[in-house]
Ligand binder design. Structure first.
Ligand SMILES: *Cc1c(COP(=O)(O)O)cnc(C)c1O
Length: 390
């Protein structure tokens, strides 16, 4: 079975991890800062804070934004659970904004309407998590205007978008978001096995994120309530967590970062090739969002079901049986039982629901060969036939 995504590990990656194993520092050592600085430089951000996964990164980013009980976090329903759950971890309420039927990203005009309505009843969000779905930023320029006008914090969930660009600059540069979160899970663009990072340009946010990552502890006398007792002394000044990344993970991430350009170039090549080879089939292909250059974490197509011989599910299962490891990103988050118990229901976000009934993620990853891709296209062609007579 050709998987929908897969990591690419080379000898340099292995050597980098082995070097750490033979060093003095398995965790809390120099590899963390080296990875943070390299990511920040690569994305043109001032500060990077590495953590154990992107879910933890989203959690502490929300806390650093001041999110708490009584506040609202809004995000897209077409995302992984973590983009919404981070609000719940902080005790905040979560709501969603439907997706743009063309880009499948959060619909920023729908957001503008919802903000206007929320202002009228005093329920404006404190945080909007803007997901760069499939590796492509949403309309961040307009989002930043709205953030200014309605005074909310933009956290970009760029878990799919390491190596992507927006408005001619790297995603993560902080031009349109206060904080940007990346994931280094093995299916993502670069991997540290498990891992995540928050990038920001604001030193006070970076300092808070570092403290939250490690139990709310500080060794900085300026943050302490009394004079130091001695060289061993630290204070816990708020409730934090152990969300640290290990040096093994950071060394792997840093080594992978050296190949980021190659990874993204190969993904862009495969995506362009899919766009060409799938032309003319009863499929809606991905559309570029103005200003965004995708890192192509996912390549999603939508079935034009009317007139197809097989149902969405039959096409999905047929492709899997044929050896094509398709997947489906995403089940709308508001339809999860957990969120339904909070009051959401079928019909709340119709564009995301309609998308879910038609979407298929085709395999895309740097190690996918042209001939494997030809095989995938051939199988897709076979399974999306139109019913005879139409
Ligand atoms: C993968 C992913 C996450 C969570 O990443 P982890 O590193 O696995 O915690 C969050 N948001 C989105 C959009 C993701 O795809």
């Amino acid at each position: 079975m050709i998987p929908y995504g897969r990591q690419s590990i080379d000898q340099a990656d292995i050597d980098a991890v082995v070097d750490v194993l033979q060093s003095d520092w398995l965790t809390q050592g120099p590899a963390i800062e080296a990875f943070e600085q390299a990511m920040a430089a690569c994305c043109e951000a001032a500060h990077g804070v590495a953590v154990c996964n992107a879910t933890a990164a989203l959690h502490i980013a929300c806390l650093a934004a001041g999110l708490g009980p009584g506040d609202w976090l809004w995000t897209s329903p077409n995302t992984f659970l973590a983009s919404a759950n981070c609000g719940r971890y902080c005790g905040a309420d979560v709501d969603f904004v439907d997706i743009d039927p063309q880009t499948w990203n959060l619909d920023v005009e729908a957001l503008a309407d919802k903000l206007q309505a929320a202002q009228a009843c005093g329920r404006l969000p404190k945080v909007v998590v803007a997901v760069a779905f499939s590796g492509q930023s949403c309309d961040m320029r307009r989002l930043a205007e709205l953030a200014e006008r309605y005074a909310f914090t933009v956290i970009e969930d760029a878990s799919h978008a390491v190596g992507a660009c927006y408005a001619g600059r790297p995603v993560g540069c902080g031009e349109f978001a206060a904080m940007t979160v990346f994931s280094f899970h093995p299916v993502k663009i670069i991997t540290s096995a498990e891992g995540g990072m928050v990038l920001t340009n604001r030193p006070e946010l970076a300092a808070r994120l570092r403290r939250l990552r490690s139990h709310g502890m500080t060794r900085d006398p300026a943050q302490m309530s009394e004079a130091s007792h001695g060289p061993w002394y630290y204070q816990q000044v708020e409730l934090g967590f152990n969300y640290r990344m290990t040096d093994l993970q950071a060394a792997l991430g840093l080594s992978q970062l050296n190949r980021l350009d190659d990874f993204v170039r190969r993904r862009q090549y495969l995506a362009a090739r899919y766009q060409r080879l799938l032309q003319g089939l009863p499929l809606t292909l991905p559309q570029a969002q103005a200003d965004a250059q995708s890192a192509w974490h996912l390549y999603v197509v939508r079935l034009q079901l009317e007139g197809l011989k097989h149902s969405h599910r039959q096409v999905f299962e047929g492709l899997r049986e044929s050896g094509v490891g398709v997947n489906l990103h995403y089940i709308p988050v508001h339809l999860q039982p957990y969120y339904q118990a909070l009051g959401f229901a079928q019909g709340d976000f119709p564009q995301a629901e309609r998308y879910y009934a038609e979407a298929l993620s085709l395999p895309i990853y740097p190690g996918l060969s042209d001939s494997e891709q030809d095989f995938i296209v051939q199988q897709v062609r076979r399974w999306v036939q139109e019913s005879s007579g139409s």
